[in-house]
Design a protein around this ligand. Structure first.
Ligand SMILES: [Zn+2]
Length: 201
């Protein structure tokens, strides 16, 4: 016996998500069906539509936002002298949870990874360099995962910044983060220490 078409389609949509295999996708769909509640499906579908329609990228830092500028870029109380460069918007949430950093962010949208065809032009590097023309910026903190890709990205951006902005201090999160670690999974104390003990590049 085969699943009916609508069920098959929903399973296919779930299993297309990274980290969800066919089995997990099936389990999710059957759990939803078991609830036998039309509202659950409608609420779920509406949440997807709302996010799809209303969430865009912040015009300054590329964070996700409902408005042209994200909450951080819009906040007058943030320290506008620092930009923390992160690979993904989720990393901002992790760093914000530590409450030790009050500066701005810049989301690259990934890390340089030539094997997967992620070349520097596919990342938000140009917009980062343009932001440096703002004379207020005093420090760039690289909040990237300590991996080969993270290192290559730091080296590339450092080269791009070059001599033009030599008054801007370049720092990185401290080595409290183990090599190969993922910022997303680091605990708040480790991350707080990594921000406070950041070292100069
Ligand atoms: Zn922003």
């Amino acid at each position: 016996m085969q699943y009916s078409e609508p069920i098959k389609k929903l399973i296919a949509n779930f299993s297309a998500m990274p980290g969800l295999g066919d089995k997990t996708a099936e389990r999710l769909v059957f759990n939803l069906l078991k609830k036998n509640n039309k509202n659950t499906f409608i609420e779920f579908a509406n949440a997807l539509i709302t996010v799809g329609k209303q969430i865009r990228h912040c015009k300054i830092c590329n964070n996700y936002s409902e408005k042209p500028l994200c909450q951080i870029c819009e906040n007058m109380r943030r320290d506008k002298t620092k930009i923390c460069v992160v690979a993904e918007a989720q990393d901002i949430i992790c760093l914000e949870k530590t409450s030790v950093y009050h500066g701005l962010y810049h989301v690259l949208g990934g890390l340089i990874e030539p094997i997967s065809n992620i070349t520097p032009d596919k990342l938000n590097i140009k917009s980062l360099i343009e932001r440096l023309n703002d004379k207020q910026i005093r420090e760039i903190i690289f909040g990237l995962n300590p991996t080969i890709e993270g290192e290559s990205t730091i080296i590339y951006i450092k080269k791009m910044i070059g001599q033009k902005f030599k008054n801007i201090k370049l720092t990185r999160l401290s080595r409290g983060l183990p090599m190969g670690a993922d910022i997303e999974y680091a605990d708040e104390i480790t991350l707080s220490n990594a921000i406070n003990n950041r070292s100069q590049l």
